[in-house]
Design a protein around this ligand. Structure first.
Ligand code: 3HC
Length: 320
């Protein structure tokens, strides 16, 4: 719908589209706050995919077999692809990708807390697939129904690939837990380190989440942070049992009355520390991203020169 109608009619139309669970498209009128919220969330999401390549890429050259190396390589490449879809979705809202990248490397925009933890053994690759990609699926499947068309459509493909990532992680852990005692210890140790940070991925508790209420009203988000966190715990606790690993939470137990697992208190002070740049790997992750961006300058320059050359050739060839 074009912006030729008076603002109140445009606003009414926008609300109507949201109410009827239809999609807002790039050329539709939208409130400034809606556009801003989406750019913020989609950019943070894109940055997370790109920074998220680092912890696992750390193991590509040391994968224990050709098969594991090929799987890991494919997975890390998928994350790069997800970042690209998401930057493109942000561009449909008027954001500029170069500007977003600069905001990331200057720490003016966030990325997910989870990628600021180190990957110490190859079991971390399996546990990231199982827990981190598992949490990502829980959080992201509902985003396939997000009210903004390009974001929702991008998420459909991303979620299919995240499911493959989750399964490869689980399959790797099944192999390791059927292996030696040392392998089982590695899996348990990695689970102990990644469990709580995975729960933090869902964001602050609902009563401390400034964006949830408005994002739910606009159907950008379909569930609150706590709802999705609970869904993840309910899904994961039986998987841990099947794998034969213990989740590091003495308070984790089934509550028949609620029909959910109860779980212990999350260390929100740690979450705040990591989000504000003081996690174990924040400095390293950003330094590497900055370096990769600088190293890639010649590619961007060459691509721009190539595009300009073709543009001028096409210009001279086009009939007058
Ligand atoms: N890490 C870093 N920052 C976080 C965070 C986290 N885990 N959780 C919340 N925040 C930030 C928010 O961005 C917000 O910051 P801002 O207001 O300064 O911009 C602030 O903390 C308050 O949180 P809210 O709950 O109010 O924020 P949202 O309503 O945006 O909810 C969210 C947070 C649930 C992460 C939501 O933005 C979302 O669903 N985003 C899309 C999914 C996403 O970005 N996932 C990141 C992981 S990507 C991934 O997992 C890739 C895979 O390959 C594994």
């Amino acid at each position: 719908m074009t912006a030729t109608l008076p603002e109140q009619d445009l606003e009414r139309h926008f609300e109507h589209v949201i109410e009827r669970d239809q999609r807002i498209e790039p050329r539709d009128w939208m409130p400034d706050g809606y556009r801003k919220t989406l750019i913020r969330q989609v950019a943070q999401h894109a940055h997370s995919e790109i920074i998220g390549m680092q912890p696992e890429a750390n193991w590509i050259t040391r994968a224990p077999s050709l098969r594991r190396k090929a799987i890991l390589l494919a997975k890390v490449q998928d994350e790069a692809g997800h970042g690209l879809y998401l930057y493109s979705a942000a561009e449909t809202l008027g954001a500029d990708r170069t500007d977003l990248t600069e905001k990331l490397i200057e720490s003016r925009q966030k990325y997910s807390s989870i990628f600021n933890y180190p990957t110490l053994t190859f079991a971390d690759v399996g546990v990231i697939g199982w827990l981190v990609d598992g949490a990502a699926i829980c959080n992201q499947v509902p985003l396939c129904r997000s009210s903004y068309g390009p974001y929702a459509r991008g998420m459909v493909r991303i979620c299919k690939e995240e499911s493959f990532h989750q399964r490869q992680g689980y399959e790797l852990l099944m192999t390791m837990t059927r292996g030696t005692d040392a392998q089982r210890r590695m899996v348990q140790n990695a689970t102990d380190r990644w469990w709580w940070p995975s729960l933090m991925m869902f964001g602050p508790p609902d009563d401390a989440s400034p964006n949830t209420a408005q994002s739910m009203a606009w159907k950008v988000k379909r569930h609150t942070n706590d709802e999705l966190r609970q869904r993840f715990v309910d899904m994961t606790a039986p998987q841990a049992e099947a794998l034969g690993v213990t989740l590091p939470d003495p308070d984790l137990r089934w509550n028949a009355e609620r029909g959910h697992f109860d779980f212990g208190e999350i260390d929100w002070a740690e979450f705040k520390r990591v989000v504000s740049g003081h996690g174990p790997c924040n400095a390293q992750r950003l330094a590497q991203r900055r370096r990769a961006h600088e190293d890639g300058a010649w590619v961007r320059e060459a691509a721009a020169a190539h595009a300009a050359k073709h543009h001028s050739r096409d210009h001279w060839r086009s009939p007058t």
